[in-house]
Design a protein. Structure first.
Length: 485
């Protein structure tokens, strides 16, 4: 089995529009059918999720963000409903990326590049941009005809309106993405009133321009040359996976319907393919699926709809181009009967188990992680200070973090020989404390803690700092030492 390179330019077939010249973009023709309806459903679902998710609310308590999904760069936190992640927990992001990779490979060995054809953001926004283009400039035949005509004021106006709408969609895309990084209603109001930060406007502008360029101009070039997945799919390609394929044993030799009827009347063989080029004309990648498996094919199924429409008009069975395993294509070439495609097989079962194990591991790590974290570092210049009243003071740098997603305070105290008559003082406290110091859960950065005890030999030695949450009862400790000069 051979993967063919992308075929961007084809000669016109029966009833086809003028050929696409070198350097011209692929101009796909609109098509109707079950896979086109599935693609529109996928476009609607993806766009709805993308634009609605930032506005979902979640109550985390007083003084906490109320947005369900929030990448809070100012506070260095990621909120997902009741889950809160900090930068030190980026290993969880690694786990999620591994899980996403497993799911993507699993989908590939089940149905090829099904993600690319239906759910990839590039595909979703390209479909939307193409729809706008068709409404204003016509379908494939009209747009290709206009390539050879001089520009007129009416055409220039339609093109200008098209680009304005494209930019509006792109701006909505960039604006919606920025809403994931701040409170969505507040940021949206600030953007429209001119009160948003320069960073917010910069993010919106960047996403606007990239969406406009990729969905409006790059299109199939992004999927074929810029995305790494077409090259990687060759490594995970599976002969038993569902993929868009041409049943050449049924379609060849290609000839018009009249010639096919005459050939069959004479006892000669004739294929069902009439070389109408409909499958090529509707392909958003500009390839000819009849040449065999192609790295650029995104398994969108539009060529299946186009071919089925032609077969229906000719009163021939559908499925000349269809979702089929390469194993069955080769069996058909040998004249053997088709066998059911096994979705559950050793490779898919192994990938599913690997994905499940990864997901369980991530959930287990999140469920069992400590929500409190405490780190202590002894100041070494000086290590200890003898006060005028004879007592000794040591200073420590304390860092506290809390990942439970709620506000409040925790109590910081010490244990050990030095704890009995120790006084604790931190920056911002007016009086020394003996029982412990209240620390805000949302406190960022480090705090300097001074521990003062009587200068007795027994005070020197290990010292334990304990951070306790009076609400949940959870506590965490960190050890260091107390030095006597």
């Amino acid at each position: 089995m051979t993967f063919h390179p992308t075929t961007l330019h084809r000669k016109p077939g029966i009833g086809a529009a003028p050929a696409i010249g070198p350097g011209q973009p692929v101009v796909p023709q609109s098509v109707s059918g079950r896979f086109r309806r599935l693609k529109w459903a996928a476009v609607g679902l993806c766009l709805a999720l993308y634009y609605v998710l930032p506005f979902l609310r979640y109550d985390r308590g007083p003084d906490q963000p109320g947005q369900a999904i929030l990448f809070d760069l100012a506070q260095l936190r990621f909120h997902l409903a009741g889950l809160e992640l900090r930068p030190q927990e980026l290993y969880l992001l690694t786990g999620l990326l591994v899980l996403a990779t497993i799911v993507l490979v699993l989908s590939n060995v089940v149905a090829g590049r099904i993600w690319c054809g239906f759910f990839c953001p590039q595909t979703v926004w390209t479909d939307l941009f193409l729809w706008v283009e068709r409404q204003l400039e016509g379908d494939r035949r009209e747009r290709l005809r206009q390539l050879y005509l001089p520009m007129t004021p009416a055409r220039a106006l339609r093109k200008g309106i098209k680009h304005v709408i494209w930019l509006a969609i792109a701006a909505g895309t960039g604006g919606a993405f920025a809403l994931y990084f701040a409170d969505a209603p507040t940021l949206l109001r600030d953007i429209f009133t001119g009160n948003a930060s320069s960073v917010a406007y910069g993010a919106v502008l960047t996403l606007t321009l990239t969406t406009y360029a990729l969905a409006g101009f790059a299109r199939e070039k992004m999927c074929t040359y810029m995305c790494p997945w077409p090259r990687l799919q060759g490594a995970v390609w599976d002969a038993e996976a569902f993929g868009v394929a041409y049943r050449d044993y049924r379609g060849e030799a290609r000839m018009s319907a009249k010639k096919a009827a005459a050939a069959r009347a004479s006892g000669l063989s004739a294929g069902d393919c009439v070389d109408c080029m409909a499958c090529v004309n509707v392909c958003p990648m500009g390839i000819d699926i009849r040449e065999g498996p192609n790295l650029a094919c995104i398994n969108c199924g539009l060529c299946v709809d186009a071919c089925d429409t032609t077969m229906q008009k000719l009163d021939r069975p559908r499925g000349l181009i269809d979702y089929e395993s390469w194993t069955n294509i080769e069996r058909g070439r040998k004249g053997e009967a088709r066998v059911p495609v096994r979705v559950v097989r050793a490779k898919t079962a192994a990938l599913a188990l690997a994905g499940l194990a990864t997901a369980v591991a991530i959930v287990a790590v999140v469920a069992t992680r400590a929500t409190l974290s405490l780190s202590v570092a002894h100041e070494r210049n000086p290590v200890a200070v003898e006060l005028s009243d004879g007592r000794v003071r040591n200073a420590y740098e304390i860092r506290v973090s809390h990942v439970a997603g709620a506000g409040g305070t925790v109590l910081l105290g010490i244990e050990g020989e030095a704890a009995g008559h120790a006084e604790l003082r931190t920056a911002g406290t007016a009086d020394p404390q003996a029982e412990g110091i209240a620390v805000l859960l949302d406190e960022r950065g480090s705090r300097r803690l001074r521990v003062t005890v009587a200068a007795e030999p027994s005070a020197a030695g290990p010292i334990t700092f304990r951070l306790a949450d009076p609400v949940s009862g959870e506590s965490v400790t960190a050890s260091d030492f107390f030095k006597i000069p």
